[in-house]
Design a protein around this ligand. Structure first.
Ligand SMILES: [Mg+2]
Length: 201
């Protein structure tokens, strides 16, 4: 099978890191469970300037490198590769954070995994032709069997694949809305995700 895997808050605990950063930069104390919106600007009630500062800080290489792995992520992805599945990490992170993001994967035992930056959230208008810069045209040519994603704002990228199973990584910001279809399944951890993929293979 071909499997799409999102990076932030699927492979690593990005929002947890941002709760710490928002406190450090602005004294905003928002517990992780209260991060109700995918938009951190809304969740932390930041103005434009504060939000820009938050994002800049959170994407510094040394900060990215410190993000904690979500338990079981690397083990599951490696098992999928061993079973012959094709795994694509497709992140909405800016292209400028590619190197640190790649290094994080390498240092967490994920050297064999392909990673691409796709402009999911309109943050990057990059015309760079690097191998890791995936254009929308390239993305829409790929057919996936399974996706692992936490962000409701990214679900629209699955509309063209109604047969695909979307395993929604359960997070506080995706609990309010109903999932878009019967092919969407909420999963609380990597064990559950692995079982779902096993059952499909
Ligand atoms: Mg994510």
């Amino acid at each position: 099978m071909r499997i799409y895997v999102d990076y932030d808050d699927c492979l690593c605990e990005t929002a947890k890191a941002f709760t710490w950063i928002a406190d450090r930069l602005f004294g905003k104390k928002v517990p992780y469970e209260k991060v109700r919106f995918f938009s951190l600007k809304e969740s932390f009630e930041l103005n434009d300037e504060e939000y820009a500062q938050l994002m800049e800080y959170g994407h510094r290489p040394e900060v990215l490198m410190a993000y904690e792995e979500t338990p079981g992520a690397a083990e599951t992805l490696n098992a999928w590769l061993d079973q012959g599945h094709e795994v694509y990490i497709i992140t909405g992170r800016p292209y400028s954070s590619y190197e640190a993001s790649r290094r994080w994967l390498d240092e967490h035992g994920l050297k064999r995994i392909k990673m691409y930056c796709l402009d999911k959230y309109g943050r990057n208008r990059c015309t760079d032709q690097s191998d890791y810069n995936m254009t929308m045209e390239e993305y829409y040519q790929l057919k996936f069997d399974v996706a692992v994603e936490d962000s409701p704002l990214a679900f629209r990228f699955f509309d063209h694949l109604p047969e695909m199973k979307v395993l929604v990584f359960d997070r506080p910001w995706n609990r309010a809305d109903q999932l878009p279809g019967a092919n969407y399944i909420r999963c609380t951890d990597w064990n559950t995700i692995n079982e779902m993929v096993d059952a499909m293979s």
